[in-house]
Design a binder for this molecule. Structure first.
Ligand SMILES: [Mg+2]
Ligand SMILES: [Zn+2]
Length: 308
């Protein structure tokens, strides 16, 4: 995998994080939690909150509606940011607006607890952008909790216009938008951790709420956990199509960060340190074996696709 669009803050965090030190010493068995951002960590959609800083008549214009139709969210947002710049909305106001979005109750605590007390590795995979996510995490003292942040790269240019690019371009996955397949990102991260740092994840938790969180959980193993927000699209879709989708992971339904943390803390799989193979059920051991062969095959085939 080529370099992800890891934000500066996350890159610092990754550099400071012992699990990301290069070197293939003894194999480490760890746990990973991957989070969506909008409506999962923060209680609103960062893009639409910022879009709503524009006058109504601009938001409902035909040009924007056309962009929305053609399905590339980053192109739509690039136009929103261009209009904000044309309306002379300053960078500082946009940053203030992002900082003021409340957390989904309990998520700041959940993230800190998973990282500091339960020793999880944490990542974010989000269709928002690096400027919004960095801004919000910094304001909530969470920047150094994450090993990596995978999102659409963005920056303010010297005139104060926010520029955003697609994370990647993909057409393989029909479940995902063309600019971000979260399932592919998650798989690449897990494989890269193994190949580069000799870190294996006994359990991967994926926490989300939306339709673009379906793809990653369908790629999870039987020893993993798909954590879907109650009453939101991801949960509804998974439950409605349960048999057809063949979800292998355990399904956890959560209402907020407090109850998700409670559910995680009492899981029998998490009692005792990771790496105790006898804690894993037989299915899981077989699955880990299969993934390990896949990883070895990927390594033999050389670096993966150059799209990202
Ligand atoms: Mg979401
Ligand atoms: Zn996908």
């Amino acid at each position: 995998m080529s370099t992800p669009s890891t934000s500066a803050a996350a890159a610092d965090a990754a550099a400071a994080h012992p699990t990301n030190q290069r070197g293939l010493g003894k194999q480490q068995r760890r746990r990973l939690a991957a989070f969506d951002f909008d409506h999962t960590i923060v209680s609103q959609n960062t893009d639409t909150v910022v879009r709503d800083m524009l006058p109504n008549e601009l938001v409902s214009s035909c040009a924007l509606a056309d962009l929305m139709e053609n399905e590339c969210w980053t192109e739509y947002m690039a136009e929103i940011f261009r209009l904000l710049y044309a309306q002379q909305v300053p960078e500082a106001r946009i940053r203030d607006t992002i900082r003021c979005i409340p957390e989904v109750p309990g998520f700041v605590r959940l993230i800190k607890h998973l990282q500091k007390k339960l020793n999880f590795d944490l990542i974010i995979i989000s269709d928002s952008n690096s400027v919004f996510i960095d801004e919000w995490l910094r304001a909530h003292n969470l920047s150094d909790c994450f090993n990596a942040i995978f999102t659409n790269p963005a920056e303010f240019n010297e005139h104060g216009q926010l520029l955003v690019r697609a994370y990647h371009r993909q057409t393989d996955c029909k479940l995902s938008a063309s600019n971000l397949c979260k399932g592919r990102v998650l798989e690449h991260f897990v494989i890269e951790q193994d190949l580069r740092y000799n870190i294996r994840y006994d359990h991967v938790f994926y926490v989300g709420d939306g339709n673009n969180d379906i793809c990653p959980v369908l790629r999870q193993r039987a020893c993993d956990f798909a954590c879907a927000r109650q009453g939101f699209a991801m949960e509804k879709h998974l439950i409605k199509n349960r048999n057809k989708l063949k979800l292998r992971a355990h399904l956890l339904i959560w209402r907020n960060g407090f109850d998700l943390l409670e559910q995680i803390c009492v899981l029998p799989q998490l009692q005792g340190p990771p790496s105790q193979a006898h804690n894993l059920d037989a299915n899981c051991k077989a699955e880990i074996g299969r993934r390990a062969s896949a990883v070895a095959a990927a390594a033999a085939a050389g670096p993966s696709d150059p799209v990202e």
